[in-house]
Design a binder for this molecule. Structure first.
Ligand SMILES: [Zn+2]
Length: 144
């Protein structure tokens, strides 16, 4: 996996994130040699933002800041949790043992997680995936 690095400029002491080895400090323009020490690494741009902010923060308040910054990452997690896969898992919990799904079941689940996904879009996706099959009475049979 490609890594992101946080390096500290030897001239101005500011840290910044970089995908490759830094060549120039974005703060003061100092040319950075290839042996500029890496103070932290990150697996993603989101993680990199946190590491840069922490590196530029006095040590004594870093722990507190890390908690705050990592807490602000949570919206990303909840977007993932409303993927069609996740929504389907919630629908399965919602639907009775007979596995018959009503349109209102889907609407309820989407409302519950405050998803902006359209009911019909989700139904289409699940049908295309072969996760559900449309019945003649306008309900759906869960297949998984
Ligand atoms: Zn600098």
């Amino acid at each position: 996996m490609e890594k992101w690095s946080v390096v500290r400029c030897p001239a101005c002491r500011n840290c910044h994130g970089t995908r490759t080895r830094a060549r120039q400090c974005p703060h003061c323009g100092q040319s950075l040699s290839s042996d500029t020490p890496i103070v932290a690494t990150a697996d993603s741009a989101a993680q990199l933002r946190i590491e840069v902010a922490l590196a530029n923060t006095p040590e004594e308040i870093r722990d507190e800041l890390r908690k705050k910054l990592e807490a602000t990452q949570e919206p990303l997690v909840s977007i993932n949790s409303t993927s069609p896969r996740r929504l389907y898992a919630l629908i399965v919990e919602h639907v009775g043992k007979d596995g018959v799904m009503h349109r209102s079941d889907v609407e309820n689940v989407l409302a519950k997680v405050e998803s902006e996904m359209d009911v019909d879009d989700l139904l289409d996706q699940l049908e295309i995936n072969g996760t559900i099959i449309r019945r003649q009475d306008g309900t759906w049979q869960l297949l998984e």
